[in-house]
Every structure is written in C-alpha cells, then in structure tokens.
Design a protein around this ligand. Structure first.
Ligand SMILES: [Cu+2]
Length: 128
C-alpha cells in the first residue's frame, strides 16, 4: 500500500515537473517585450526620446523627488490614431505615480507636460 501511494506521488511530481518545463518553454519562445522606462521629473522627461517596436510599451515613472505636478500628454501622433485619449494621462501627479501605454501603431509620438509645455517635451518613435 505504501509503495503504491509512493509511485502515485512520484507520478504526480513528474507531471508537475513536466508542466513547469512546458510553461518555461512557452515563456522563452515568446518573451513579453519589456516596457521602456521614462522618468517624469521637475522639469524634464528622462530620456527625451525612446524607440520601441510596434506592440511595445513605455512606462512613465514620476520621480519621488518631485515637488511640482506633471502630466504626460500626447501632443501629436500618427494620422488616424485610434483611441487617442488613452495615450495621455487623465490627471497630473507630483511624485510616485506611473503610466504605462502600449503602442500598436508605428509612427512618431510627440509628448509634452501640459503644465510645463515649453520645458517638458519628449518623443516616442514606434518602428514597424
Ligand atoms: Cu510638468
């Protein structure tokens, strides 16, 4: 009886190892593109230009050192861009906020902070 249950346990264990191995193989076959990070600072974006592939993402991170509010606003994008409003933040934040956006459409995206539009500008280039 003990031997039988042990072999069942071993069988289950082998099944789990196989399942994990298969999951691992799937994960390495299609790596999720890591978002490019841009910091939102008093009073600049860093870096001021990023290039990603279509389907890639950009993640804006507000510095914890900020003393002033900032937003991330799409000033201009490719012609006929759908859901344009989703490319901008709805509100401003001072510190510790984040905004992540995926870019399925190739083109040039010009960003500003609407509170400091002459100082805070940046470009996202999305390649095919
Ligand atoms: Cu600003």
């Amino acid at each position: 009886m003990i031997k039988a249950s042990r072999s069942v346990a071993l069988g289950l264990l082998a099944g789990c190892v196989l399942a994990v191995a298969l999951l691992g193989a799937t994960a390495t076959a299609k790596p999720a593109p890591k978002p490019k990070e841009v910091t939102v600072n008093d009073f600049f974006f860093g870096p001021t230009s990023v290039t990603i592939k279509a389907g890639g993402s950009v993640k804006w991170l507000w510095s914890s050192l900020n003393a002033y509010p900032h937003d991330v606003h799409l000033k201009s994008g490719p012609k006929g861009l759908k859901k344009k409003a989703t490319y901008s933040t709805k509100t401003s934040a001072v510190a510790g906020a984040r905004f992540q956006k995926t870019f399925p459409t190739p083109g040039t995206y010009k960003y500003i902070c609407t509170i400091h539009p002459t100082e805070m500008k940046m470009t996202v280039t999305v390649k095919k």
